[in-house]
Design a protein around this ligand. Structure first.
Ligand SMILES: Cc1cc2nc3c(=O)[nH]c(=O)nc-3n(C[C@H](O)[C@H](O)[C@H](O)COP(=O)(O)O)c2cc1C
Length: 178
């Protein structure tokens, strides 16, 4: 698929049909994510992929509230994304390189995550990024190390709906030329 079509057509999907997503496709998503640029090539993004139906249902029950549990019925995988803290945006002695600190790790993870979303669309898969999730329960269920900050959960699956494009601001509203 042409890049411009992938960028324009990708949509958040909140209704899925229950079809299985292949492990090879999930690996291809992380491979695309990993091609994103990162602070000094530090590559601090990490991916915890929940693939079995039993674990998907357990995560939905234990770590989501009613809203995102409902949005993720029938998904083929849930990908918990984290980054190793105090590396991107930090000097070797552990001091922050500037005022953003761990903001840079979050920035890098976002760049990776967008590659993942676009690759998913290219493979005919749909996605839903979720920021509303229970952090302590996620950490405990997946045994995520304390050095990693948990950020989003990305649902991946086959869509049962074709959502309309939500409004976007005009370019003139968000840009200033000098
Ligand atoms: C960081 C982030 C967190 C989000 N959290 C949620 C969420 O918890 N639940 C949900 O249904 N959608 C969530 N969304 C999806 C947004 O609502 C959606 O991306 C936005 O409305 C634009 O729609 P589009 O992705 O189709 O362009 C989140 C998106 C982002 C980027």
């Amino acid at each position: 698929m042409e890049l411009k079509d992938v960028i324009v057509q990708r949509r958040t999907v909140r209704k899925y049909c229950g079809k299985e997503v292949l492990k090879e496709d999930l690996e291809a998503l992380v491979e695309a994510a990993n091609l994103a640029p990162s602070w000094k090539n530090s590559q601090t993004g990490r991916y915890y992929i929940i693939h079995s139906k039993e674990m998907i249902d357990k995560y939905r029950n234990d770590c989501f509230g009613e809203y995102n549990a409902g949005n993720t019925k029938g998904v083929g995988a849930l990908i918990v994304t984290t980054f190793v803290e105090k590396r991107a945006g930090f000097e070797r002695d552990g001091t922050p390189s500037n005022e953003l600190g761990n903001g840079w790790g979050c920035y890098d993870l976002g760049l990776q995550n967008q590659n993942l979303l676009l690759k998913a669309h290219d493979l005919g898969l749909s996605t839903l990024v979720m920021g509303i999730r229970d952090e302590p329960k996620t950490r405990s269920l997946l045994d995520i190390p304390s050095q990693e900050l948990i950020v989003s959960v990305i649902a991946v699956g086959y869509a049962l709906e074709t959502p309309d494009k939500p409004n976007r601001k005009a370019v003139s509203d968000i840009v200033k030329f000098y």
